[in-house]
Design a protein around this ligand. Sequence first.
Ligand SMILES: C[S@@+](CC[C@H](N)C(=O)[O-])C[C@H]1O[C@@H](n2cnc3c(N)ncnc32)[C@H](O)[C@@H]1O
Length: 245
Amino acid sequence: MHTEEIVPMMYTRNNQYDTSFVKENLMGPNALRMIDELAKSLKLEKGMRVLDLGCGKGLTSIYLAKEFGVTVFATDLWIGASENYERFKAMGVDDIVVPIHAEAHDLPYAQEYFDAAVSIDAYHYFGVEPDYLEKHFAPLVKKGGQIIVAVPGLKEEFTAGVPAGLAPYWCDDMKNTLHSREWWQDLWKASTAVSIKECKEMTCFREAWQDWLTCDHEFARKDIGMMADGGWEHFNLVSMIAIKR
Ligand SMILES: C[S@@+](CC[C@H](N)C(=O)[O-])C[C@H]1O[C@@H](n2cnc3c(N)ncnc32)[C@H](O)[C@@H]1O
């Protein structure tokens, strides 16, 4: 078991969020830590329209609305719009966060509708497809708008095979979705729709994962062994910021 000291959940911007609310609504490594780390690079102004794709239970949508005053289209497949609407009402952001149930290849939005698009811990499920950025995501953003993505990834591609400790956990889902910073950078560089501003390993990796592993969720309990058996050593979080051309 990883023994690093647990860093309390505090966010650098205006609000602090109730720890039990956050833990109840996590679906993976703490998305609030991720968006908070990216916040200083976000060029968002009150009243802008932002797509939050794969928002899950809407933590990042709530954050963007509260911290920046932007209107967020909180879009997700596994979590229904009515469930998210209840959460947005409870958090007092239902006037500026719109819950939408949609699939990432069939998004119900006009081209260039958004000032910016965000996807935190979700883009790897669909964005690994070579033409996804060009065909589905980038067209929704206005020219000059930011496209911001953070995904779980690998410190290095497993070119010599999956490390022995991780082999028992290595399912097709992981094989298809987990990639290195360089892999993501090459994928986006190949697109004429965006210019990449940064592509980094995130510094919140350990804290974001610790938050997830210590929440009372059956998938989190399963992930404890995987992290101890090689995840801490081989995984990372990758963030990318690009500008729509
Ligand atoms: C690990 S959860 C993370 C949710 C949220 N972003 C967070 O970090 O708490 C991944 C999310 O991606 C969404 N997702 C996966 N595949 C999708 C698809 N094809 N279209 C839309 N959303 C998808 C799921 O609905 C799920 O909520």
